[in-house]
Design a binder for this molecule. Structure first.
Ligand SMILES: Cc1ncc(C[n+]2csc(CCOP(=O)(O)OP(=O)(O)O)c2C)c(N)n1
Length: 339
């Protein structure tokens, strides 16, 4: 349950709530799209909103080394919406239209790539982001500005070598990197329970072996998440050293559409908990709650109606924006396709 006491202003508490609902409504629309054949695959972040919205509010957004570099995974919609991503663009990627600004209709949903905000391409292979973030960490350490690198991923992925590489490179003596290393722990890797693959200790405890400060946070509590994130971000920004956060979160619709994307009973729902808390504090009424949700539902529905009219990518664009230049890629086309 979100703690009743917080130093955040009433306006900020309301703002966080609104953004959490916006993100949930969008994700539920994406799930419906997948189930009704309007999108091939769904993966996203319902259950991580209470942590991901505060993260979005605390990011120094912009392009280049003076701003934060973001190496996210596929459950980050609430952070991106908080930063200013439009619902319609996420729906475009879900429907794979040519108008999708992140992949021109070529990638799974929630796979963002936004150069102007230092959002490095979300990758489908898990954990590679923890290796890639070392690069921007090194660049920002040399640059000596205020920008930091932030990387996120799930608990199961920490079994991969990239996670250990990240801890090591971020903590070399005298060459520390300004990286906020985040693991959102939903206790599952698709269908494998964390108890089957991890030691008894928390993931955050691994920081100690590398001399990295760490914290565990209840990621279902937006106020606690905001406070822990703010403290960690301030430390990384000022000391130019890494910090490791393990956020305990929920996975409300299972892993992805591959596991059915149905509501999972028994998981904590951060939005209904926050509603109870804000109603008790008389910050929100039942009427406000309904109105806020309805407003976002209307926005998502309208966006979908527009996206359904938009064009699909030209088949010949398949080799655009890949690591093979256009000239070479022409050679890869079967001749019969071109005739
Ligand atoms: C390198 C790699 N191995 C396996 C997979 C298949 N895979 C996709 S998601 C996933 C589980 C990830 O679990 P976790 O890291 O806990 O993140 P979560 O999805 O639970 O947020 C796996 C094994 C993959 N995408 N990439």
């Amino acid at each position: 349950m979100a703690k009743k006491k917080t130093t955040l202003s009433v306006a900020l508490q309301k703002k966080i709530y609104g953004l959490m609902v916006k993100s949930r409504v969008l994700e539920e629309r994406l799930i419906k799209m997948n189930k009704s054949g309007q999108g091939f695959f769904w993966i996203g972040g319902p259950g991580e909103e209470a942590f991901n919205v505060p993260l979005g509010l605390l990011i120094k957004k912009g392009e280049g080394l003076d701003y934060d570099f973001l190496h996210f995974h596929y459950r980050q919609s609430a952070t991106l919406l908080t930063m200013g991503v439009e619902m319609i663009d996420v729906i475009r990627q879900m429907h794979n239209t040519a108008t999708d600004p992140y992949s021109k209709g070529r990638n799974f949903v929630n796979h963002y790539a936004i150069k102007e905000w230092n959002v490095v391409n979300v990758t489908t292979p898990i954990e590679v982001q923890y290796a890639l973030c070392i690069g921007t960490g090194v660049a920002q350490a040399r640059h000596k500005g205020k920008g930091i690198t932030i990387v996120t991923g799930g608990d199961a992925g920490t079994a991969e070598g990239e996670f250990q590489s990240c801890l090591l490179w971020a903590s070399r003596k005298g060459k520390e990197l300004p990286i906020l290393i985040i693991v959102t722990n939903n206790r599952w890797g698709i269908s494998t329970s964390q108890n089957e693959v991890h030691p008894k200790t928390n993931i955050a405890a691994r920081g100690a072996a590398f001399g990295i400060k760490s914290a565990i946070v209840n990621g279902n509590d937006p106020f606690e998440s905001y406070a822990v994130l703010k403290n960690a971000i301030d430390i990384v920004r000022k000391e130019r050293k890494p910090f490791l956060i393990e956020a305990m979160v929920s996975r409300l619709y299972g892993h992805s559409s591959a596991s059915g994307s149905n509501w999972v009973h028994g998981e904590t729902d951060c939005i209904s908990e926050l509603e109870t808390c804000l109603k008790k504090k008389k910050i929100l009424s039942e009427e406000n709650i309904k109105k806020i949700r309805q407003g976002y539902e209307d926005e998502a529905k309208q966006a979908l109606q527009q996206v359904l009219q938009e064009p699909k990518p030209d088949p010949y664009s398949i080799f655009d924006h890949v690591f093979v230049d256009r000239k070479d890629s022409e050679l890869l086309w079967p001749r019969w396709l071109k005739q």
